[in-house]
Ligand binder design. Structure first.
Ligand SMILES: [Zn+2]
Ligand SMILES: [Zn+2]
Length: 429
């Protein structure tokens, strides 16, 4: 088990992944060669392979994750060392060589308002929430996810397409070249197998998918897969996981769109907007490992699940989307970052991290030998966070450096390797 995290602990867990290698690298490098690739490199053809085609073409046998924990905190890495079968090898130096090869977008993908029966801050709207998050200088994206439960105890239901359309319109008008707002939805009930979120869909999940619709001929997973096949740019996430949630199974059709798993969430009810409250992560990592072992390729998320008027400001926990350097910040690229499981979870608001495993970037499927060589970069500058909405500033410790790196395989029971950076390397390597 992981230790509990003190202030400024860093949950930087990155899952190596399924099929997105060429998509991830295409913008940062030009003349690349993929060996054993069953499909065309984007640019060689006018047609991009669909995610399902790519997913079918590749089988992923390896999961590598990294957890980095700082001085008053920790860093770690789980590794599932099964040799990848049929995976591609990338040549031409495509692998990133430093943190500078990545864009990092800090944000939160789980929050509520008071619109139409949702149980966020009373009377609040998506327009207010987006404006609030946009006014936090360190945030790059924010997603509002109203409950759409059909039978949420004691709450009005939100089966109003008009409200969802309003949230979508608010997101579009709040989006700029430096901040992306997106409409999402949080589906089902905790008592019927857990909450999950759907991001950027054209419509709300309909009443034809009742609470707990995890396993029938037209269940949640089928719905998500269908949206993707129809060309919607969507991503989905498993929220604040409890044991046995989400049907407790793998679904190949939905796998290309479920990219993130909340390893920390909340504090949902916080009304204090000063970056100091901690989210909940009890056993979340264990459940994440369970889902990775089922075959899902999921990167870790740390959302705030704001139910108060603290959108993005109740804690310093964020889901950081990682993209190739030079990628434009826009809604489509945010969604692709989430569905491509190119995220890390952090309890530090400006922690930068990146790694390669046998030369493959975080978020990719690892090919090659069973023994994995990891190269890890990080940088965690001390900084002052500003909450322009409430006039609060929070200054990070000058000693906010990495103390330990732990590597885990298959589970978080005990690390298979550890590394303690020397003080001179404490701010990166
Ligand atoms: Zn929830
Ligand atoms: Zn929620």
């Amino acid at each position: 088990m992981l230790p509990s995290y003190p202030a400024y602990a860093i949950l930087c867990v990155l899952a190596a992944a399924r099929y997105e290698t060429p998509i991830f690298l295409q913008r940062s490098l030009t003349s690349c060669v993929i060996l054993s690739s069953p499909f065309m490199w984007p640019g060689d053809s006018n047609e991009m392979p669909s995610k399902r085609q790519i997913f079918k073409a590749l089988w992923i046998g390896m999961i590598v994750s990294v957890l980095v924990i700082g001085l008053a905190s920790s860093v770690f890495l789980p590794v599932n060392g099964v040799r990848a079968s049929g995976a591609r090898k990338i040549t031409c130096g495509q692998a990133p060589s430093s943190l500078a090869d990545y864009e990092r977008w800090f944000g939160s993908e789980h929050a509520h308002t008071g619109m139409d029966g949702d149980d966020g801050a009373a009377g609040s709207t998506a327009a207010q929430a987006f404006a609030y998050a946009k006014n936090l200088p360190h945030l790059d994206y924010f997603i509002i996810t109203p409950h759409v439960h059909q039978s949420r105890s004691g709450m009005a239901t939100l089966w109003s397409e008009a409200t969802y359309d309003l949230i979508r319109a608010s997101a579009i008008s709040a989006t700029t070249s430096s901040f992306v707002a997106i409409a999402g939805q949080e589906v089902s009930t905790i008592s019927s197998g857990g909450h999950w979120s759907l991001f950027n869909a054209n419509d709300m999940v309909g009443a034809d998918h009742p609470d707990g619709d995890w396993n029938d001929a037209d269940d949640y997973y089928d719905h998500v897969a269908g949206l993707g096949v129809n060309g919607e740019v969507i991503a989905a996430q498993f929220d604040h996981p409890q044991s046995g949630d989400f049907g407790n199974r793998y679904d190949a059709g939905a796998a290309p769109y479920f990219g993130t798993f909340a390893v920390s969430s909340g504090p949902a009810t916080a009304t204090t907007a000063e970056f100091v409250n901690d989210g909940s992560n009890s056993s979340y990592q264990t459940r994440w490992a369970n889902f990775l072992n089922m075959g899902w390729k999921l990167s870790p998320a740390a959302d705030q699940d704001n139910h108060g008027a603290t959108w993005g400001a109740s804690s310093s926990e964020y889901t950081v989307i990682v993209r190739p350097h030079g990628t434009t910040l826009n809604a489509g690229n945010v969604i692709h970052g989430l569905s491509d499981h190119m995220t890390y979870a952090t309890e530090d608001a400006n922690m930068q991290i990146g790694f390669t495993a046998n030369g493959w970037s975080m978020g990719q499927t690892v090919g090659g030998a069973a023994n994995i060589a990891l190269t890890i970069w990080w940088n965690n500058p001390s900084n002052t966070l500003y909450n322009n909405n409430t006039g609060v500033t929070a200054t990070e410790s000058a000693n906010d450096a990495i103390g330990n790196i732990w590597i885990y395989k298959n589970s978080f029971n005990s690390p298979v390797a550890t590394y303690t950076p020397t003080p001179s390397a404490a701010r990166g390597t």
